[in-house]
Structures are given as C-alpha cells and as structure tokens.
Write a protein that binds this ligand. Structure first.
Ligand code: ASP
Length: 353
C-alpha cells in the first residue's frame, strides 16, 4: 500500500470507527496524487471527457469550459442512454435532462432541471451562471431560456431509447391496457418480466484542477429512467450532485439521486476534505453517512444495507483524487500525470454482501 492509499485507509477507518460503523473494504489502487499537469476525474463513462478536458486545460482553457466540453461528448452521444441525446425518457416517453456546473475561481454556479429538447444541458447551465442572476431554472422556463440563447431544439428520444421505454411501458404492469407483442411475452406474465427492464440510473460528472490550482466541475444526466415527469434528481442540485470550493476541492456524484440529495452528498464530501480527509476517505465518509441515514425498509436489503448504489468522485486542491461507491465493482475515469485511465473505486460493501 502506498503512503497515499495507506493514509486514505487510516483516515477512512478512523472516520468509520468514529461513526460506530463497520470498517469499509478499500479496493487497491483507487486513489492517488497528481504531480504535474491537469487533474481531471469523471464517472466510468467519462474517459473521453477526462481526455478532452485535460487537453483543453493543457492548451490554456478555463477549467469550467474544459469539463463542459468533455461532458458534451457524452451528452451528444446517442449510445449513452443515461445522459443527454439518447437518454432514457420519463414515464411518458419524454427525455428530461438535469445539469449543473460550478466555477471555482469565481465561486459561481448555474443549473437547469427537467429541460427538454436540448442536447447539451451543461451548456445551458453555464449560461444560467454567466448570463442571469439566478442559479437554477427548470422546465419550460429553462427551455425558453435556451431558445433565447439560440440553442437548437431536437427530439432527444432516439428510436433505440423509445423501444426500450415501450418495452418497459408494456411490461411494467398487467393492470393497464398496454400489451407486449404476443410472440415476445405471455401477457399474464408481463409484470414478472419487469425484472429484465429495471429502472436505470446513469450520469456523467467531471471535475478538474489546473496548475494554477483552479477547480471547476459539471454534472449532467437524463436522470432516473421512467421517472415521474418533473422529477429532479441530485445532478442539477448544487451541493448534492456537484460541489466545488476553490479553496478545498470538488466532488460529483452518480447513482440514486434521492439518497444523494438527502445527505447533501457532494457538499458533505468537500466539507470532509476541508477538515483534512483525502478525497477517497471523504467519499467513503459521505457514503457511510448515507447508509446510516437509509431507514425506509423499501430501500434496504434484508441484511439492512442499502438496496441501491451511489458513487462519489472527488479531487482536492493539493492534487489528490479518489472515488468510492456503496457497492464494490465501480470504476471511475481519471486523467493524472499525463495518463488517462479507468481506476477501481473504493467501496463500503462487497457486492453480494
Ligand atoms: N444521479 C442521477 C439521478 O438521480 C442518476 C444517476 O446518476 O444514475 O438523477
């Protein structure tokens, strides 16, 4: 174990012991320290984003413009069904996007929620920050704001996403009038087949630090699939799906947004770093608090552990980085010391436990 990961382990063990919880397992080689050039962290779907953001920062771009250009690649990619164009829709078959961004040097923030028809909500969030006196604009107002700035409108529901949604629509209940094709499923067993089409989460978050110690971050998503129209997750909520403090560091999240909102997740991680924890230890600290704050039986497995997953991805002002999830097996993208790669995230519980 390197000095850095040993320190992370000792800190997180101390935190968990202090909270009276179980000492979490820590995956190997999950955290580190960037020594030169830009440091960029993102979710596992963000390898192209970290690469793009790092190259822009090396070219002198502002950290916020760099991370937004990075996530734009995934927002515009129809094959990522958790973000932007091609994202899975709400229960009515309409794609609604959430995003927020924070610019460390100016301590400024912008966000949009339940935005329809615009492929790149992160760019609209940045305009809310730069061209209004507000932080968050939602729904119809967000769309009108985007139109005012000349954004092109697109039907965000790709045929692939529509077919996945239709399958869900036809199978999620045997007490409505939607019926799956006869050759595909026994209509009496429609509800049983829901297990094959679960609601899905997915998001991209990306935070970056440059050599001037400036930090910015962005989070963008189509949110929980088949959500109730108008549902807003953590991704556009400053302090939940993203938090940046230029004096301390930054954190973004993915996974069950409702759980992240309830503990002000990313803010909690940054506050833990402010009090001296390494990014990985801070992420584990917030996840442990989340597990302790999960009380509703419908959200718990039989063994009392959370029946969902959440991941945090954090960087600190002194160039350290780390990611952690409730359940083992998660990865995150990182660009550090000139190398772009996927790393294993630390975790609270071994999957299957
Ligand atoms: N956090 C997002 C939300 O709850 C979804 C996700 O990251 O999977 O909307």
């Amino acid at each position: 174990m390197s000095d850095v990961s040993r320190r992370g382990f000792l800190q997180s063990a101390a935190v968990v012991a202090a909270s009276g919880g179980v000492v979490p397992a820590i995956a190997k080689a999950t955290s580190g320290t960037n020594k030169r050039g830009p440091l960029v962290i993102s979710s596992a779907n963000g390898l192209r984003a970290t690469e793009k953001a790092a190259s822009m920062i090396r070219g002198g771009a502002d950290t916020l413009d760099a991370v937004i250009a990075g996530v734009n690649i995934v927002e515009e990619d129809p094959d990522d069904m958790s973000v932007g164009y091609g994202g899975l829709p709400n229960e009515d078959g309409v794609v609604e996007l959430d995003s927020c961004c924070m610019h460390g040097p100016t301590a400024d923030a912008g966000a949009v929620a339940s935005l329809r028809n615009i492929k790149t909500p992160s760019k609209v969030a940045r305009l809310v920050m730069r061209r209004t006196d507000h932080v968050l604009i939602v729904g119809e107002g967000a769309l009108r704001f985007a139109r005012a700035h000349g954004f092109e409108e697109t039907n965000l529901l790709t045929d692939k996403a529509r077919r996945v949604w239709l399958k869900w629509k036809e199978r999620h209940s045997d007490r409505d009038d939607w019926i799956a094709p006869a050759n595909e499923v026994d209509p009496k067993k429609q509800a049983d087949s829901l297990a094959g089409h679960p609601q899905t989460y997915g998001t991209i978050t990306c935070c970056a630090l440059n050599e001037k110690s400036e930090i910015s971050g962005v989070t963008t998503t189509s949110g929980l699939s088949y959500k109730i129209p108008g549902r807003v997750g953590d991704s556009p909520i400053i302090g939940a799906g993203l938090f940046v403090d230029n004096e301390v560091g930054a954190c973004g999240s993915t996974g069950r947004g409702e759980a992240v909102i309830k503990i002000c997740g990313s803010h909690t991680v940054v506050e833990a770093m402010r009090h001296g924890m390494d990014p990985e230890a801070a992420c584990l600290h917030a996840l442990k608090r989340m597990a302790n704050h999960t009380k509703l039986p419908r959200l718990l497995k039989k063994n009392g552990k959370p029946a969902f997953d959440v991941k945090f991805y954090a960087i600190s002002k002194d160039g350290k980085f780390g990611g952690a999830a409730i359940w083992s097996g998660a990865k995150f993208s990182v660009y550090s010391d000139g190398e772009n790669r996927l790393e294993d995230a630390a975790f609270l519980y071994e999957r299957g436990a």
